[in-house]
Design a protein around this ligand. Structure first.
Ligand SMILES: Nc1ncnc2c1ncn2[C@@H]1O[C@H](COP(=O)(O)OP(=O)(O)O)[C@@H](O)[C@H]1O
Ligand SMILES: [Mg+2]
Length: 411
């Protein structure tokens, strides 16, 4: 593995030779008779409904539809170009193309020819994507970036991250997760992701689970090998996740941070200056105490602390009574203390009960908001997700793009 690259071989930035994305050829030599040509146009229009499962853009915009022809007997032939040979989602694309073309009136059978893009076509595709991708760290970015932090490990950061992400995606938001706990990565397991990211040269396409785009160092290591890296490599890994991974436009990007106030938390604040933090604790005093440190990092970095989530708050017993194995009040105390330190209100956004199905869901790779959305824990997680999503993004660092005028005098 080259020294400057955390995610071999995605180290260098390409210098594209042709900045114009190729529009798919409008009339194909395969379409000869006028009515066939007319039908071919309609098939092409119908294919705009097919998205590349990874890039999440219409295949017609990506230059993936090479040619469309409809024969006199109504048989449509569509030539599709995959980004790379051996694309794991080939069957999905072929099925979706077949279904979409079949919806056009006058089309009978559908044949899909599958080809692979030339390096030039791939370069054009990438350039088209790059110019549209929103750099999450840029001042004008509309993506809300939230780091999930805690004082110590084992309090439920990763469980919270994946469940919030899945809940937001189920509500129709475009969501991504970066597993920034590089040394202790756990997100792929929690979401049941075994698929490796697809690479289009230097660009990495994140796998999608439950509608959430996910990237983790766990997708780049063999088996259960440990990642043993020092700070600079951790920084480089996070930087590459942010630059080389194509997330497309996102509403929310969640970062599952390592516990404490280490290198990655600092890197996050540097690479994503407009990002905010969510701090997780258990009700235990000791856990809340160390979480104060993780949250008060924000005084140094200028990040906004969106709120506190208390996890493992109680266990409901069969008779309906609540047992509090970790004590009580840690979340509220942490929120009060952070409000004091940061000089701005930091709310307690919710308290999640202990729920065996939450743990089981993690082990099985199915987050509880998906597997048991009506359980008390999932309901609380969904409510927290909605609170976060409905909060207007902080305006810090955002250009307003308006010229101030004198307000009308109050009536
Ligand atoms: N509310 C909960 N109820 C039951 N188990 C939980 C709950 N929250 C977390 N867990 C379990 O606790 C363990 C630690 O959670 P995890 O999300 O990995 O924490 P962290 O990322 O902070 O280290 C996991 O086994 C997880 O399944
Ligand atoms: Mg974790």
């Amino acid at each position: 593995m080259p020294e400057d690259s955390a995610l071999d071989p995605a180290a260098s930035n390409p210098t594209p030779s042709n900045p114009t994305p190729s529009p798919a050829t409008a009339s194909s030599p395969m379409a000869s008779n006028p009515s066939g040509e007319d039908l071919a146009g309609r098939v092409r229009a119908a294919l705009a409904a097919v998205q590349d499962p990874e890039l999440r853009r219409p295949i017609t915009e990506l230059g993936m539809v090479d040619a469309v022809a409809v024969a006199a007997d109504g048989t449509a032939t569509v030539r599709v170009l995959l980004t790379v040979s051996g694309c794991p989602l080939r069957t999905t694309i072929v099925d979706d193309v077949t279904a979409a073309a079949g919806t056009v009136e006058g089309v009978g059978a559908v044949r899909v020819d599958v080809g692979v893009m030339t390096p030039e076509q791939r370069a054009q595709l990438k350039e088209g994507l790059r110019t549209r991708a929103v750099p999450f760290g840029a001042p004008g970015s509309l993506t809300r970036v939230i780091g999930v932090a805690s004082g110590k490990g084992g309090v439920g950061k990763s469980s919270l991250t994946v469940n919030l992400a899945c809940a937001m995606a189920a509500d129709g938001l475009r969501v991504g997760i970066i597993d920034a706990d590089v040394l202790g990565f756990s997100v792929p397991g929690l979401m049941g992701i075994t698929q490796a990211p697809t690479r289009v040269d230097e660009m990495i396409l994140p796998p999608v689970a439950y509608g959430v785009k996910v990237i983790s160092i766990g997708m780049f290591v063999q088996g259960n090998q440990p990642v043993i890296w020092r700070g600079p490599m951790l920084h480089r890994a996070l930087e590459q996740f942010l630059t080389d991974v194509h997330f497309g436009d996102l509403d929310v990007l969640l970062l599952d941070l390592p516990p404490g106030t280490g290198d990655v938390a600092i890197s996050m604040s540097q690479l994503l200056p407009g990002s905010s933090l969510l701090v997780v604790t258990t009700p235990q005093s000791a856990a809340a105490e160390v979480a104060v440190r993780a949250g008060s990092v924000a005084t140094q970095t200028g990040q906004e602390v969106l709120g506190v989530v208390e996890n493992m708050s109680w266990l409901e017993l069969p008779d309906g009574t609540r047992m509090e194995p970790f004590g009580s009040g840690g979340g509220a105390r942490l929120a009060a203390r952070l409000s004091e330190i940061l000089g701005t209100p930091v709310p307690l956004l919710g308290s999640i009960p202990l729920e065996p199905r939450l743990r089981e869901g993690g082990d099985d790779g199915v987050p509880i908001v998906v597997s048991a959305p009506d359980s008390a824990a999932a309901a609380e997680l969904r409510a927290i997700a909605r609170t976060l999503a409905s909060r207007p993004r902080g305006l810090a660092g955002l250009p307003l793009g308006i010229t101030p005028t004198r307000p009308d005098p109050a009536p």
